[in-house]
Ligand binder design. Structure first.
Ligand SMILES: NC(=O)c1ccc[n+]([C@@H]2O[C@H](COP(=O)([O-])OP(=O)(O)OC[C@H]3O[C@@H](n4cnc5c(N)ncnc54)[C@H](OP(=O)(O)O)[C@@H]3O)[C@@H](O)[C@H]2O)c1
Length: 292
């Protein structure tokens, strides 16, 4: 049995069908089972509840050989370390209690070097808690997701622009979430690996936002321009939309860290480079979303 947290998320939605196709029995933890894809009904075990609830997590992990863990991204919290531990602690306790053999969890490229202020304590807290769980594990050190650009559909559609508090010229290895799911599925379906380690998951090319605007223009058949907004304006909009000052500041620091060092401390290799190019992603995901 493989347990998947966040089966309705971007990675989870792509992961569960891959695990079923690979012959695994799958159990999902979901707050609202009505949000699961209808194609999964009858094919997966469902534990209803929140992944920060120790009883829910313990019930779900019973009889599991492997677990896929996603901590929901913090949005309106004051203490980011506390937010991560709220989800990781119940998982670590249930892994220990039920002797789960393998854990695959989603992390970020930024957490490998942990050079930004605030990232180092987060990275240490996560690692210590997970090591204490006792299972073998692989952290997936993911680059930024191509899907983050889906938040820009309205300006793309109506103004031919996308706006971020980021430099236009820094090249980074954005990755498609389906490729993260493919990497996770491979690890979860393979019972032969051992030890505690991480694997970077990077898209096949390093592109700047200006490079992306050029590709989007070609795929969407209209001029697209990247517009840099200031950190102050990003913070104000984030807080206006319900996020906390603390998370806004954390995101600003992570972005500055990624601009100093887009690959973290990772060297590109065949193993950590995924398939889907930004152009393919634009054709298959962005274009239908903009034109829909
Ligand atoms: N975006 C990036 O560029 C980037 C880069 C590196 C790493 N990451 C990491 O990727 C992860 C996000 O993965 P994703 O994009 O696949 O997720 P996502 O699309 O943001 O979805 C979040 C999922 O978490 C579930 N969820 C939220 N709160 C929950 C709770 N209390 N109990 C149970 N489920 C809950 C949601 O379920 P509902 O349907 O119930 O809402 C949803 O399935 C985060 O850990 C983030 O730090 C992101």
């Amino acid at each position: 049995m493989i347990v998947v947290t966040s089966p309705t998320g971007k990675i989870g939605t792509e992961l569960v069908p891959r695990l079923l196709a690979g012959g695994a029995r799958v159990r999902v933890i979901v707050r609202d089972p009505a949000k699961l894809s209808p194609q999964l009904l009858g094919k997966v075990d469902v534990t209803k509840g929140s992944t920060d609830d120790p009883e829910v997590v313990s019930a779900a992990f019973q009889g599991a050989e492997a677990v896929f863990l996603v901590v929901p991204f913090p949005f309106n919290v004051e203490d980011i370390v506390k937010h991560y531990l709220r989800f990781i602690r119940p998982a670590a306790e249930a892994i220990k209690l039920h002797d789960v053999k393998r854990l695959v969890f989603v992390s970020g490229l930024r957490l490998v070097t942990a050079s930004a202020k605030g990232l180092s304590s987060l990275s240490t807290a996560i690692e210590n808690t997970i090591v204490d769980a006792g299972s073998d594990y692989r952290a997936l050190w993911c680059a930024g997701f191509m899907e983050n650009l889906l938040a820009q559909i309205e300006p793309l559609k109506h103004h031919g622009t996308f706006l971020l508090a980021a430099r236009p010229d820094v090249k980074a290895p954005l990755v498609a979430t389906r490729d993260i799911a493919a990497t996770a599925a491979k690890l979860l379906l393979d019972s032969s690996w051992r030890g505690r380690d991480g694997l970077a998951v990077m898209g096949p090319e390093d592109l700047s936002y200006d490079d992306m605007a050029e590709i989007m223009s070609e795929v969407l058949g209209k001029p697209i321009r990247f517009q840099q907004v200031s950190d102050d304006s990003f913070r104000a909009r984030f807080v206006e939309s319900g996020g906390s000052e603390a998370v806004a500041q954390w995101l600003v620091e992570m972005r500055a860290d990624s601009e100093r060092n887009p690959h973290g401390s990772i060297q590109r290799s065949a193993e950590n480079t995924t398939r889907t190019s930004f152009r393919e992603w634009c054709e298959e995901v962005l274009k239908p979303a903009v034109q829909g």
